[in-house]
Design a protein around this ligand. Structure first.
Ligand code: FAD
Length: 624
């Protein structure tokens, strides 16, 4: 039974890491003069199933701090001094270590403290073992947005061994998470649409009013008037904003929620509007009620052709551009980049040097935190205080229920903006407010290992938009063949399915996106693993049951990656002002404080690898 076994697997690791105590126990405990414990033999978190992401043991100490202002009363001072202590072992923290060594010298002593049981932050690897064969899934950060890469990002990736062209060539074309023009299926569930139904085709083209529009929309089985209105909207049968001037049209598109446009101008009803939930949820963490009409058009949803000549032109340009936009990716998403970075910082952890050999290189986690190594990465360690002293920075953290303090010449906070005011009480109040402005977007990415992909494959290509279902996008794990790694899932081979869920509720009144994200985050913490599992079983049965899917027989493992603090907050047209250059909250919030600098993707205001690396580069420069 998956629930039990996977849960126990997860629990076994937390016990091994010693992190099962409640924060209240932890904070009440006497501090110890002993050094922090090393990791037990065989410690290898990527292979854990059950609840991952914000897993048990990773968040309790930070919540006690943020919600109740609780910190340990005493800390054991460690006989360790560093040139730099980095808070957070995600992409930004790892990049900060890498760039600091380039700036200050490879002999500098660096400690990275990370509260999770694994490094990489959102760049999370999910690994499955199927009779000795390793299959990979993406637990968080998926692909490389090469079109918006900065010079520093390209340079750093190149230096650690990422060859973007070779990587792009390693993937199967037409994959939903790396091509804007991928063909896909729409799954309509019986509860919302009367019957379970799948319609495959070029939906991106259909929504832009292309050749398949009538056929695909027709096959959805919507009420006749809705079908006809939807086709008219996508094809641009008439200008729905013909009462507005060009300037008014632009203003309308930027200030009107997409659902309102669809309802009041296109005459669509709620079930039809729900068709446009999936990409809103996966990219923005909310539905079409919180995105502006212009933002929804940019997601590829219909209507551009129905808003005047400018819209028609925009629709055509978008159609041309999408063919050239590609997002290369690794079989485990950006986790491979984190692994390459860690291998570069701590060479003893894994053999090899290329992006091909990192995929199946054995990682020996006992090497992460070795005395004598210039770079040490300490897991299961939640930082609770960072403050400037006379000639140093004092960094305090809790690991295994014990509180420690280390001293460094400098520190970089590469955790997330919302927590920083709690870690650094000495920050000016106005800066704290700016850091707290954005709310990270809650998301869940679940990987499901199927013993056989037969019933899924019999239903058509495994990539789906699922309006009204718990998981709004479902697709196979990245079909990438790299090094020794060969994708699985053809015919009746084992198949890893990737399923994404956004927990933020729809608006019920005057809430803004940040309110909804907070509600979504609390929902995630309340939801036990069994509910996610139930959601998987129910949805996959509805999708593939007609082709023989049997949840009890076919599901071998489930890994739920719960990202309560997920994407960096994105300013929206509906809920945020247009900040003047340099005046946005993330820009004002990231000012260094004495010997402390602020990295992490939030500090650049972008949910991306390049934002994480740029933030690291700036923070390192600030240290001088
Ligand atoms: C589900 C998901 C999918 C994504 N997909 C993509 C994608 O496809 N492409 C892309 O470019 N970007 C993607 N992103 C954005 C992603 O956030 C960035 O690419 C990047 O990984 C952020 O790195 P970071 O180091 O700034 O933050 P994080 O990855 O969050 O790392 C920060 C680390 O600091 C740790 N930390 C926090 N507080 C403390 C503390 N007190 N003590 C110790 N450690 C602490 C955190 O636990 C975390 O491990 C995705 C994000 C999510 C959540």
């Amino acid at each position: 039974m998956i629930t039990r076994r996977d849960f126990l697997n997860g629990a076994a690791l937390t016990v091994a890491a010693g992190a099962t105590l409640s924060p209240w126990d932890m904070l009440a405990m006497e501090t110890s003069a002993l050094s922090p414990k090393g990791l037990p033999k065989g410690y290898y978190p990527p292979a854990l199933t059950g609840m991952r992401g914000s897993h048990k043991g990773s968040f309790e100490v930070a919540h006690a701090l943020a919600w109740n202002g609780q910190k340990p009363k005493k800390y054991a001072p460690l006989e360790e001094t560093y040139d730099l202590v980095i808070v957070g072992g995600g992409m930004s923290g790892l990049a900060a270590a890498y760039l600091y060594r380039q700036q200050a010298g490879a002999n500098k002593k660096i400690l990275i403290l990370e509260n999770h049981d694994d490094f990489g932050g959102h760049a999370k690897r999910n690994e499955f073992d199927v009779g000795g064969r390793m299959l990979l899934g993406v637990g968080g950060s998926v692909n490389l947005e090469t079109i918006s890469f900065t010079d520093t990002t390209e340079r750093v990736l190149g230096e650690i061994g990422v060859d973007l062209e070779r990587l792009d060539a390693a993937r199967e074309p037409g994959y939903l998470l790396s091509n804007l023009d991928a063909k896909s299926g729409y799954f309509l569930n019986g509860e919302q649409y009367g019957q379970n139904k799948i319609v495959h085709g070029d939906w991106e083209d259909a929504w832009r009013g292309g050749a398949q529009c009538r056929e695909l929309v027709g096959a959805l089985g919507l009420p006749a008037d809705q079908q006809q209105r939807l086709i008219a909207l996508a094809e641009g049968e008439k200008d729905l904003l013909d009462d507005l001037s060009l300037t008014e049209t632009m203003r309308y598109a930027e200030s009107t929620p997409y659902d309102e446009f669809l309802r009041s101008r296109a005459g669509l009803d709620p079930a039809t509007i729900m068709l446009f939930d999936p990409y809103h949820k996966i990219y923005m963490g909310f539905g079409p009620d919180c995105a502006s009409t212009a933002e929804s058009f940019l997601l590829g949803y219909p209507g551009m052709r129905s808003v005047g000549m400018t819209g028609k032109l925009g629709n055509s340009l978008w159609g041309m551009a999408k063919e050239y936009i590609r997002f290369p990716l690794f079989p485990d998403g950006n986790a491979s980049i984190a692994r390459m970075m860690v291998r570069n910082l701590i060479p003893g952890i894994a053999p090899g040097s290329s992006m091909e050999d990192v995929i199946d290189a054995p990682f020996d986690y006992s090497q992460l935190d070795r005395a004598g190594s210039p770079v040490r990465l300490r897991l299961n360690s939640t930082v609770v205080n960072v403050e400037n002293a006379d000639e140093s920075v004092e960094v305090s953290y809790v690991q295994n229920g014990k509180a420690y303090k280390v001293s460094a010449k400098k520190s970089i906070l590469a955790c997330y903006n919302g927590l920083i005011p709690h870690l650094c009480p000495e920050l000016p109040e106005a800066q704290k407010e700016n850091l707290k402005y954005g709310v990270k977007i809650p998301l869940v990415m679940t990987n499901v290992l199927l013993r056989s992909g037969a019933s899924v494959n019999a239903s058509g290509p495994a990539q789906y938009h699922c309006p009204g279902s718990f998981y709004s996008v479902v697709t196979k794990a990245p079909p990438v063949n790299l090094g020794n790694y060969v994708q699985s899932g053809q015919g009746s081979e084992p198949l890893v399915l990737w399923m994404s869920h956004a927990p933020a509720p729809p608006r019920s009144g005057q809430e803004n996106s940040r309110d909804l994200y907070r509600l979504g985050r609390h929902r995630l913490y309340r939801m036990p693993f069994a509910e996610y599992e139930e959601g998987v079983k129910k949805q996959l049965t509805a999708m593939f049951g007609a082709n023989g899917f049997d949840a009890e027989r076919d599901i071998a493992a489930i890994t739920v990656n719960r990202w309560s603090h997920g994407y960096t907050y994105g300013y929206t047209q509906l809920f945020d002002p247009e900040w003047e250059e340099g005046q946005a909250p993330h820009e004002l919030g990231r000012k260094p404080l004495g010997r402390i600098s602020i990295a992490n993707a939030d500090a650049e205001g972008g949910a991306s690898l390049q934002a994480a690396i740029e933030a690291a580069a700036r923070a390192v420069r600030e240290l001088g």
